[in-house]
Design a protein around this ligand. Structure first.
Ligand SMILES: NC(=O)c1ccc[n+]([C@@H]2O[C@H](COP(=O)([O-])OP(=O)(O)OC[C@H]3O[C@@H](n4cnc5c(N)ncnc54)[C@H](O)[C@@H]3O)[C@@H](O)[C@H]2O)c1
Length: 421
């Protein structure tokens, strides 16, 4: 059975580009989101997120009638669930968004439909989703009970696109397709083939779930190694950037770069989904999370030392006279995304604790909402460099790289990105 109508549940950074990609291939797409404002914006042919090329594709899809958004699900041949999967206070995964999506789509399901979980999920979440669907629709059969011949097919196909390059990567990246049965996987591959030009590699749902988590845990563990080295080198008075450059001359060594910590909604979150399922076994993965979460506090300690040194060398000044400048708040270079950003955490802590002035520079969002850093003031790069006494480089944005010579002249610089080396 072919897919005439496709429904995407959750129209955020992942769901909206996916809906647009199907619609661009002239599929009828019904996008569903609980946020009325999001729905209204999309139905005007506009977008509510920043992603290159997405605006053009959505505009064309809506104007030509292939994409429509709504707050309540309607019948379709395939449902792709792309809702948030954050963690709770105790680092346990919060599956309530998936459960709410299931409750909403269950009433409109019909025999022959395919349901795909795209949200990054802990191992077992797809099976749980299938159980929730089965309890809501006892009149239909599901793969966990009816195997290959179930009325409804269920699969997990995680997303691994890079923000800023989503429209290209959606098409070109390989897809891991984890079916609850082989016929679920086969149907999912048929669906993704609508626009995916990369390879669609078939596995089971649990392996697909673990694959996505593994990719991000791998990055986290490797960054933690670099971050731990940076703390050790600081203690031993060794330049970590030089050290890593030298060690990477070994043909089989490739150490990543340290930084102020790990941010974003993926690498800083997903490894906890492995830890929460197997706490007694995931020792290295948990330690890596702790090392990376601890790094911002180490940076704050370095800034305090820098302030003390400044005061010792300027006996006519007291702490209230010292101005601190923080460069960059985003969780990585050249974006405006502040989610889980260690740079933001460091700057907020400095703004709270420092008795003197604090200024910050964020070239990718020059109109940050007032209060994001308490009384700290946003200012231009040149003003911060001129006025501040203590400088804290937190993100290697292009604008800062372009001024590396000026940064290297600053006497009291905490350089968390190795810009000056
Ligand atoms: N953004 C990324 O780069 C990225 C990359 C890979 C995987 N992921 C994963 O994809 C999933 C979605 O992430 P995102 O970045 O698109 O999130 P997002 O916050 O940008 O979008 C989620 C959308 O879902 C909507 N929503 C919430 N509950 C809903 C419900 N019950 N029914 C319908 N809509 C609902 C929200 O209003 C929001 O518009 C997460 O599991 C995330 O970990 C994200």
């Amino acid at each position: 059975m072919s897919f005439e109508t496709i429904s995407v549940i959750g129209l955020g950074y992942i769901g909206l580009p996916t809906a647009a990609a199907f619609a661009a291939r002239k599929k009828k797409v019904i996008g569903v989101d609980v946020n009325q404002q999001t729905v209204d914006i999309i139905n005007k042919g506009e977008i509510h997120i920043v992603e290159p090329e997405l605006d053009m594709v959505v505009h064309a899809a809506v104007t030509e009638g292939y994409l429509r958004a709504t707050t309540s699900p309607e019948p379709a041949d395939a449902f792709l669930v792309a809702v948030p999967t954050p963690f709770k206070e105790n680092h346990e995964p919060d599956l309530s968004y998936i459960q709410a999506a299931v409750d909403a789509i269950a009433p409109v399901l019909k025999q022959g439909d395919l349901v795909i979980l795209e949200s990054t999920s802990p191992v077992g979440a797809t099976e749980m989703m299938a159980e929730w669907l089965a309890s809501a629709r006892p009149d239909l059969t599901f793969p966990q009970d009816a195997g290959e011949n179930s009325d409804i097919s269920v699969a997990h196909c995680p997303e691994r696109v890079l923000p800023g390059h989503v429209m290209r990567e959606l098409v070109e990246n390989d897809r891991i397709v984890g079916g609850m049965t082989s016929s679920c996987a086969r149907r999912s591959v048929e669906l993704y083939r609508t626009f995916v030009e990369g390879e669609c590699i078939v596995t089971d749902a649990r392996t697909a779930e673990m694959c996505k988590l593994t990719e991000n845990a791998f990055r986290d563990v490797n960054i933690a190694f670099a971050n731990e080295l940076s703390v050790i080198c600081d203690k031993l008075d060794i330049n970590v950037w030089e050290l890593i450059g030298l060690a990477n001359r070994h043909p089989r060594v490739s150490i990543l770069q340290p930084g102020p910590g790990v941010g974003g909604h993926c690498i800083a979150v997903d490894p906890w989904f492995i830890v929460s399922r197997t706490p007694e076994l995931a020792k290295l993965i948990k330690t890596a999370r702790e090392v990376n979460d601890d790094k911002p506090h180490r940076v704050i300690d370095q800034v305090k030392i820098s302030i003390q040194e400044y005061l010792q060398n300027n006996l006519d000044k007291n702490i209230k006279d010292v101005c601190v400048a923080c460069y960059g708040l985003a969780f990585k270079a050249d974006i405006d995304d502040l989610r889980e950003s260690p740079a933001l955490l460091i700057a907020q802590k400095i703004a709270q604790e420092h008795a003197g002035d604090v200024v910050f520079v964020e070239p990718n969002d020059e109109q940050l909402s007032a209060g994001v850093l308490g009384a700290a003031r946003q200012c231009a790069l040149s003003e911060a460099m001129e006025k501040a006494d203590i400088h804290v480089l937190l993100v290697d944005h292009k604008e800062f790289n372009d001024n590396v010579d000026k940064f290297s002249e600053l006497e009291y610089l905490t350089d968390t990105r190795g810009l000056v080396k």
